[in-house]
Design a protein around this ligand. Structure first.
Ligand code: N01
Length: 543
């Protein structure tokens, strides 16, 4: 691997920053605040979007809503922020989360260290100066000692490779890059491809407005009601009074959301008791069915079957037409091995006269033409196509930048799947941190807390380096190997690898099929990270 021209020169770099940060979503914003205001570093975040917000800036499609309770899906680092911000609903809609993140940017004066409308396109570690040399798409080069990715885990959208895509004469939209101005669906013939969490939300909303909606479904999902409602003033008061305890409980729970009363196994209770638990969780909403019923749903096929069958019954109850109900009923994968979506009236959408469901599993989409979408011999004429077709999850955002050093390029290093230590660092790429990176609990841990944990950890590491006169930190090859083995060991007893999902990288053609998440739960992961610090960073070479 060759050096950049600059790295071979002896030139000093007075303008170099201490840290360059990718993105200004939840991770980028807290990184700027923490590193700048706690450690006193000179930092700059580069954000491709036209404003702060990350995921919540881009995914502004109708119906976009977080399915974790608002008071859990928020920063915990500032008690003042927790007390002054009021959430209007139990589950926050995209515009409210975006307002919250804008408030955070203003309140902590973060904007002055964020450059919007600018993407980082490459990054190379220069051994001589011990600095990252980072190129942005405005043609500029920047230098910093630390390179920190807050690029997100679901931020590289995936477009299917369908014949004739460019020939469509109507409008096309991608849920993951939704325009700022309102899209008018009234009276139009709309097609939606994809029935994951995004598809389920957008389908429910578009159906209310479109002349006709055609949903192209490849794999049906196990969706359950979210049960959103306006925030109750008394509940808000109790939350604000008990935030410290709530956060403590969250960080000590598997998913980072403290649902009480989870029983060890669905097979250790009677069928009646099991049914009772599922009914309660279904009525309570949120992730309670997955995270608040039985702890072995993702490890025991028999237990999983009971939850899956419960949800299949609910779908059949809610959808009037038995043929459509059967098409919507998942049969080929275990519950929660694809991330379970939450909904409000999704299944009832198929009881509307203006909605048609088309199965594209047995007969895939043949082509897109100027008029619409052809499936087998049937032409579905459309004015609008919406793609809710997912993301190159977890590794995609990092591989698109491909950070390099003299020893390592990330694309080569991860050719057979991600290799990291703690899901946060990479051997051969010094002073580089991947917030909620692959092989961390990330997507199976309430994201704002997962982000804060990572940033607090890397910030402590940088402070430790300063205190001890180190300028370079790098995960050892051995630590990386051990972490890979531990990640695989934790994944082994689970059912995840039996399903083709984005957790497995299976939604992207050619992507290595490996489980991308450290699935020990937040508590165990946090214990391991704390131990690394307590033992003086044995998994790292510091110099
Ligand atoms: O993406 P997905 P998503 N022809 O990958 C289908 C988070 N999120 O954006 O399953 C036909 O889940 C594909 O079919 P299949 C959350 O973590 C959170 O919906 O591969 N269909 C699938 O149905 C979530 O898990 C929230 O057979 C094609 C869909 O497209 C993650 O983001 C809201 C196709 C993609 O589903 C990703 O969700 C939204 C093709 N060629 C998202 N290619 C909340 O907090 C793909 N598909 C609520």
């Amino acid at each position: 691997m060759s050096n950049t021209p600059e790295s071979t020169s002896k030139q000093q770099h007075p303008d170099a920053l201490d840290a360059i940060i990718i993105g200004a979503g939840f991770a980028g914003l807290y990184s700027v605040h923490n590193l700048r205001d706690k450690l006193g570093l000179r930092v700059k975040a580069f954000e491709g979007g036209g404003d702060v917000g990350g995921t919540w800036y881009w995914n502004r499609y109708p119906g976009a809503r977080c399915d974790i309770e608002s008071h859990h899906y928020s920063y915990s680092f500032s008690e003042e922020l927790q007390q002054e911000w009021s959430w209007s609903e139990r589950f926050p809609a995209q515009p409210e989360i975006l307002r919250y993140l804008n408030h955070v940017a203003d309140r902590f004066d973060l904007r002055k260290d964020i450059q919007l409308n600018t993407r980082i396109i490459s990054a190379q570690f220069d051994e001589k100066s011990c600095q990252w040399v980072v190129e942005t798409d405005d043609g500029c080069t920047h230098r910093a000692r630390f390179f920190i990715s807050g690029a997100g885990v679901l931020s590289t959208p995936s477009m299917p490779n369908i014949k004739g895509l460019d020939s469509f004469a109507g409008e096309t939209y991608l849920t993951a890059h939704w325009p700022e101005e309102k899209v008018d669906f009234s009276g139009k013939r709309v097609g939606v491809i994809g029935t994951g969490a995004s598809g389920i939300q957008v389908i429910t909303e578009i159906a209310k407005e479109a002349g006709h909606l055609t949903v192209f479904q490849r794999t049906p999902n196990y969706a359950a009601p979210i049960r959103n409602r306006p925030m109750d003033a008394e509940i808000e008061r109790q939350i604000k009074e008990n935030y410290a305890q709530i956060r403590e409980d969250s960080r000590n729970s598997f998913l980072g959301i403290p649902y009480p009363g989870t029983l060890p196994s669905a097979m250790e209770v009677s069928a009646e008791k099991r049914r009772e638990r599922y009914e309660e969780a279904y009525a309570a909403g949120g992730f309670q069915l997955f995270a608040g019923t039985f702890a072995d749903l993702i490890t025991n096929q028999e237990s999983n079957d009971t939850a899956a069958e419960f949800l299949r019954e609910k779908i059949r109850e809610r959808v009037n037409d038995p043929v459509t109900a059967e098409m919507l009923t998942p049969k080929t994968h275990a519950y929660a091995t694809k991330r379970p979506p939450l909904e409000t009236g999704y299944y009832e959408t198929y009881n509307r006269d203006n909605v048609t469901l088309v199965d594209v599993l047995d007969t895939p989409i043949e082509e897109v033409t100027a008029q619409g979408i052809r499936v087998g011999d049937t032409m579905h004429e459309l004015d609008v196509i919406v793609f809710a077709t997912g993301f190159d999850a977890m590794t995609g955002p990092l591989l698109s930048i491909n950070p390099k050093s003299e020893q390592v390029s990330l694309t080569e290093h991860w050719a057979d799947g991600p290799r990291t230590h703690l899901g946060l660092t990479v051997h051969g790429l010094p002073n580089f941190f991947t917030i909620t990176g692959p092989q961390s609990p990330a997507v199976l841990y309430n994201m704002p807390l997962a982000i804060e944990d990572h940033i607090d950890w890397l910030s402590d590491c940088i402070a430790y380096m300063g205190e001890n006169g180190y300028t370079r930190v790098e995960a050892t090859a051995e630590a990386e190997k051990n972490w890979g083995e531990l990640t695989a060991e934790f994944a082994k007893p689970t059912l995840f690898d039996k399903t083709d999902s984005w957790y497995m990288g299976a939604n992207i053609p050619g992507k290595p099929r490996v489980f991308l998440v450290f699935v020990s739960g937040a508590q165990e992961y946090r214990r391991i990270c704390a131990e690394e610090v307590a033992q003086g960073y044995p998994g790292f070479k510091l110099n």
